[in-house]
Ligand binder design. Sequence first.
Ligand code: C2E
Ligand code: CA
Ligand code: CA
Ligand code: CA
Length: 284
Amino acid sequence: AEIALFAALRVPQAVAFYDAASDPHRPERLSLMGDLRDAIERNEVVLHYQPKMSLREQAIDGAEALIRWQHPKLGFVPPDAFITLAEETGNIHRVTRWVLATAISQLQRWSSQGLNWHVAVNLSARDLHDLELPRRVAHLLTLHKVKVEQLRLEITESAVIGEPVIAIQVLRELADLGLRIAIDDFGVGQSSLAYLRKLPVHELKIDKMFVQGLATHADDRMIVRSIVELAHRLGYGVTAEGVEDAAALAYLTKIGCDHAQGHFLAPALDTDSFENFAIGFEVG
Ligand code: C2E
Ligand code: CA
Ligand code: CA
Ligand code: CA
């Protein structure tokens, strides 16, 4: 049974099936979570950095931090699989603390070399129920002497829907520290304009579902263009994720989208590869 579960974990669709059918007390689940806890200590978990291009400056000015687990037996476990498990088993706070500490100490190393990139970290819904989070983030920034503008946060709107009062309070405190907050996966799932008005957010990230179709679908061009306009009218910045071809990049530049991210530019890279890519980046 363990082997089957582990094989399933490599495939996102199978993971969704596994989650739906699973019982939280099954030993396989618990052992995987036990592994994750140890994995952090054994340095099996790393952050990779996906370059973000400023379309105005035509340069890489930051990255999204994406977690990777290199498991000794299972091989590469995709984040969607273990992040979901960590959320369900209450381990997500531990993961998020590690991600924040790692990203912030990386920012410190970069700024000591004169490299002023920003790093965006993903938060889970449960993180917004953690009233300690704003204080922890403030502490880490002070400890590593990192400017608040260099750390950014990405949340999905669904993160706020479960327990809106607490989530909005935590978000507000994070924003009051000076952190820039982006709504991830904008346009799919629970995105709702009613919530948007109540949230202290600064950026929309257009979901890759719309961006991947830019070259071939007129509908997607219309949707993306409207989101860029909406974002700018509300005073938000806007990033397009899932840029997979030159035509998408050209269209996003033409309509005034602020940032682009996607495999056409680069996938998530280890720190050395990210540095080489960002410093050597040239358009075309
Ligand atoms: P996300 O935040 O929407 O991240 C974007 C995902 O799209 C990443 O998958 C990225 O590798 C992938 N991607 C980037 N460019 C392209 C492209 O051009 N085409 C396609 N098809 N995909 C692209 P990844 O790294 O597998 O992460 C999946 C999800 O796991 C993330 O979705 C995020 O929700 C979650 N995640 C990743 N790292 C963390 C983390 O540190 N903390 C939390 N809470 N969640 C994380
Ligand atoms: Ca994200
Ligand atoms: Ca996204
Ligand atoms: Ca996502």
